[in-house]
Design a protein around this ligand. Sequence first.
Ligand SMILES: Cc1cc2nc3c(=O)[nH]c(=O)nc-3n(C[C@H](O)[C@H](O)[C@H](O)COP(=O)(O)O)c2cc1C
Length: 314
Amino acid sequence: MDPLHSLTQRRTIRRFEPEPLHAGDLERLLEAARRAPTDANAQLYSILRVTDPELRRELARLAGGQAQVTDAAEFFVPLADVYRLERLLAHRGKEMARWPRTGLHFALVDATLAGAQLAAAAEALGYGICWIGGLLNHPREVAQLLELPPGVVPVSGLAVGVPAEDPPLRPRLPEALVVHVDRYHPYAPADLDAAYAAMAPASRRGDWLFVLERYFAAGGTMEDRDPAYGRLLAQQGFVADWPPEAAASLEAAGLPAASLGEALEAVLGSGWRGALFGREEEGYSVWLERETAAERGEGTSPGEALARAVPKAD
Ligand SMILES: Cc1cc2nc3c(=O)[nH]c(=O)nc-3n(C[C@H](O)[C@H](O)[C@H](O)COP(=O)(O)O)c2cc1C
């Protein structure tokens, strides 16, 4: 048999038999995941195996009512995880570097590779898998439910089980549109027509635009997801100039924001006329002013100074 059969003939499975994995297979899948390559061998990921039926039901609900979450034999949540690294360094008296953006990149890549290797191993053993990105509809609720510490974010869900359906292969873009040689080639109108033609079967109505539009065009579902994901990243400490404490404090004041820029927009949209930031000997200050009032905050970062000025103003 073609050794690549389980990779090239794979398709997502959304209906599962109510059966567990065969004895020993769970361990084999987890071993395959742990053997995935990982940047600098830092292993900035964790895999959360969800066994509690009540938790599974709640996750299925948060994912938009996806039965795969409860019906598959196993449900995993690969996590981007810099928390363990921070603990390892602290355990031996070292402070973690300030690298929130690159740390997030490392961790997302490591978690994705480990999850992908687990999924590929499951498919090689004859199981079906379904990734559940729907968890990212409510990422903060998921983080709360799974008690994720700072520095940890869910990448996606991953259902694994015995298939109860045999769907056909789903379409893909032509190779020439996704593989560039030596230099990136821009897309001519004919290429884009070829993309829509190849992907037409991905839509029940025979036009891929319906799918792309629903998710990714202005007004599509991703516009709902993005602010919530931004707030998760801020809450978990991955936004360089917007400390989690500042984000929480402003949210408590009714001004949720995923970045310092969004915080300024929220503050200036809530009755304040101006914000004057200053560099102090130790940190930053901000004056918030309106026609008849001014409020001052101080902190070690502009975000913290702003967060301290806002609750005082209320
Ligand atoms: C990160 C990620 C998230 C996904 N989320 C969902 C999901 O929430 N629900 C679902 O039914 N399928 C989900 N899928 C499966 C895709 O819809 C599927 O891979 C795609 O339509 C191609 O179909 P195929 O895997 O059968 O080739 C997800 C896939 C990925 C990689």
